[in-house]
Design a protein around this ligand. Structure first.
Ligand SMILES: Nc1ncnc2c1ncn2[C@@H]1O[C@H](COP(=O)(O)OP(=O)(O)OP(=O)(O)O)[C@@H](O)[C@H]1O
Length: 350
């Protein structure tokens, strides 16, 4: 029987009441130490279907990396149940490594001093990828990620965008069914971001790769994920469509318009409100869940419009608005921060 036969397609990644608690020792006096228990992930449950592309977002320190580390088997959960492609990550980390790929935007998995191609050759051996499959995958990835001119260049000489494309190829050489991406577009320029996103979209459509994406860039989510999960202070606080997140946070996008000359604030009724005017340039806030098209059409018809751009709200702002707009007392960060850390008697304290 194949391994896949026992794996649920609708729960290809399965996280059931998973917890991760870290014990951190802190100095509180000359000879005194205090043991603090930090609940980094606090009873999180979700499932991801095979082939889904899901955004996993939240503010700094929310517990995203800890979750990803548990899903790769690097960290063992303190409680709950985890399965990825039917495998318990922490118990069978090596077996799982053949089925998953991981890309960390802030760190490279490539060998710094070696030419890019040498890292791929090493991975070929480490993952015991059959020769034919390695060649085929390498050719395809080199073409799609435009790496041919970079293969002989040492990794340390690559630009951030080139290195990121090199890292994505490295994570996919062994045909993983699940790809974890931690900030894959961080620090990239607009063109490089676009290329990485386009590649990921194609990968997901053509190969059906399941993708879990952590990012602080809302456009990554908007352009790639139909579903987004929000974690805050170790808890899952939202799981649904991005539009729903905007509604929950009542977030706003900004339409920046350049008019032919300085004019009083434009009047488009309820559709938007002018928040700033600077000479012929005006800034209009409108609901992020609404389309900008009718608003632009109306301004173009009624005003001498020269140029325009739309600015997205950043994720931190959307989440902050969502959390505070619920009015749910336990969701106030300061309350939860306190409940997240507990002091426990440390053995050996004098
Ligand atoms: N090895 C560790 N030991 C002790 N505490 C840790 C450890 N790793 C993470 N933490 C704590 O767990 C919490 C969650 O951290 P985590 O790195 O998962 O957050 P994150 O959502 O990935 O944040 P960021 O967006 O900044 O990367 C934080 O309070 C962090 O300080």
């Amino acid at each position: 029987m194949s391994e896949g036969a026992t794996v649920s397609e609708s729960a290809f990644i399965e996280v059931d009441r998973v917890e991760k608690v870290f014990d951190v020792r802190r100095r509180t006096g000359f000879l005194r130490r205090e043991l603090r228990r930090v609940r980094a992930v606090d009873s999180i449950s979700f499932t991801v279907a095979r082939g889904e592309m899901v955004g996993y977002i939240g503010p700094n320190g929310a517990g995203k990396s800890t979750t990803i580390k548990m899903l790769t088997g690097i960290l063992t959960p303190s409680g709950g149940r985890l399965r990825v492609a039917g495998i318990d990550p922490s118990r069978e980390r090596t077996r799982l490594a053949h089925r998953i790929g991981v890309v960390f935007g802030q760190r490279t998995t490539l060998w710094w001093d070696l030419p890019l191609i040498d890292s791929y050759r090493l991975m070929h051996r480490m993952y015991r990828i059959p020769d034919g499959r390695y060649r085929e995958n390498l050719d395809r990835l080199v073409e799609l990620l435009d790496l041919s001119a970079l293969l002989e260049v040492p990794v340390r000489q690559l630009s951030l965008g080139q290195r990121m494309r090199g890292d994505i190829a490295a994570a996919l050489l062994h045909d993983p069914e699940v790809l974890y991406l931690d900030e894959p577009t961080i620090g990239l320029d607009v063109v490089s971001k676009g290329r990485v996103r386009e590649f990921l979209r194609e990968l997901n459509t053509e190969r059906g790769t399941t993708v879990l994406l952590t990012t602080h860039d809302l456009q990554d989510i908007e352009q790639l994920c139909s579903r987004v999960m929000v974690i805050d202070h170790g808890r899952l606080v939202y799981d649904g469509a991005l539009a729903g997140l905007h509604e929950a946070g009542e977030s706003e996008r900004t339409l920046v318009v350049d008019l032919a000359r300085e004019l009083p604030p434009v009047d488009v009724g309820e559709a938007a409100r002018v928040v700033k005017v600077d000479g012929p340039r005006q800034w209009l806030a409108f609901p992020a869940a609404a389309s900008a098209a009718p608003l632009v059409a109306r301004i173009a018809a009624e005003y001498p419009l020269v140029d325009l751009s739309v600015r997205e709200p950043d994720i931190e702002a959307v989440i902050a608005k969502m959390l505070y707009s619920t009015g749910d007392a336990p969701q106030v960060p300061s309350d939860r921060e306190a409940s997240r850390e507990t002091v426990v008697p440390a053995p050996g304290n004098s």
